[in-house]
Design a protein around this ligand. Structure first.
Ligand code: ADP
Ligand code: MG
Length: 271
């Protein structure tokens, strides 16, 4: 363009630095379009919210970008590299980690053991390093264990470490899931309804932890139907409706947008 080079170079380099970018991302189930050509970005350093009525396609979007579903069209770029069609563990290696709306059952494990299932691609998972680099395997296991202990302490759940993971409350399980996700050292953490079914005290604790991790440099994309929680925490907020992006804006812009109100009324409210 006609802009002088000097003016261009003054633009902050991080402008438009997307940790996640999707283009025309699409997923259909039979005749249903769950994700309808979603083009969006999550800017690095933000806590981005994702809301929308029940069935809007929020969880499907998470499944697509995290590699749990194969898209029918479009692309996903994580940290500047195309990850479309990659397996979840490969996407994790690119820096994107997610938690589940309904945490997986962790039967037969203590909380500490459940956490250690988290780190991706441990050396010990492949047989060869066991023979060629036994010291490296042991060192990595020790390091993961130490990091797990630090996270348990940081999230104030050390007292739960030796309990069966199936015995803890739903809210505590959300904390364990978050701690476990952190072990994978994400750049972008996707949380699907982190405070659904969580009591207000624990929800506030989760909010404080998310803010702290955000200050440490983690970018968040959070689906949440608790409007008070997400409006307080996130900016910008992306609104999905019937699989498509309805709008994106600040919490105030979203709150005052007639289309958003209509979408929630039309969608039966709730989620
Ligand atoms: P949200 O998380 O916004 O409530 P979902 O992404 O879970 O919405 O669902 C979007 C739509 O896709 C819904 O109509 C849902 O029934 C459908 N859907 C989601 N996952 C599947 C699946 N695995 N098979 C068939 N339909 C699905
Ligand atoms: Mg959902």
């Amino acid at each position: 363009m006609s802009e002088p080079a000097a003016a261009r170079s003054e633009e902050p380099e991080e402008a438009g630095d997307a940790v996640l970018r999707t283009e025309n991302l699409r997923k259909t189930f039979g005749g249903l379009t769950a994700t309808d050509d979603v083009t969006m970005e999550v800017e690095r350093g933000t806590i981005t919210g994702m809301i929308g009525p029940n069935g809007a396609g929020k969880s499907t979007f998470f499944n697509l970008v995290s590699g749990f579903y194969e898209p029918d069209g479009g692309s996903v770029v994580v940290n500047g590299e195309e990850t479309t069609g990659m397996d979840p563990h490969e996407v994790t290696e690119h820096g994107l980690v997610r938690t589940f709306q309904t945490p997986r059952k962790l039967e037969g494990m203590t909380v500490r053991e459940a956490m250690l299932v988290g780190p991706q691609r441990q050396l010990g998972e492949s047989v060869i390093p066991l023979f060629t680099q036994p010291d490296a395997v042991a060192a990595e296991e020790r390091q993961n264990l130490q990091r797990a202990e630090e996270l348990l302490e940081r999230f104030e759940i050390t007292h739960l470490a030796d309990q069966p993971a199936t015995d803890i409350s739903g809210g505590q399980l959300k904390l364990v899931e978050l701690a476990r996700a952190m072990l994978a050292e994400p750049d972008l953490l996707l949380l699907d309804e982190p405070v659904a079914g969580v009591n207000p005290t624990l929800a506030n604790k989760l909010k404080a932890i998310i803010r702290e991790l955000h200050e440490d440099g983690i970018t968040f994309l959070i689906i949440e139907h608790d409007m008070g929680f997400i409006m307080d925490l996130a900016d910008p907020i992306v609104v999905l409706n019937q699989g498509a992006v309805l709008m994106e804006g600040s919490p105030d812009e979203v709150k005052n947008d007639d289309r958003v109100v209509e979408a929630y009324l039309g969608g039966g409210g709730g989620d």
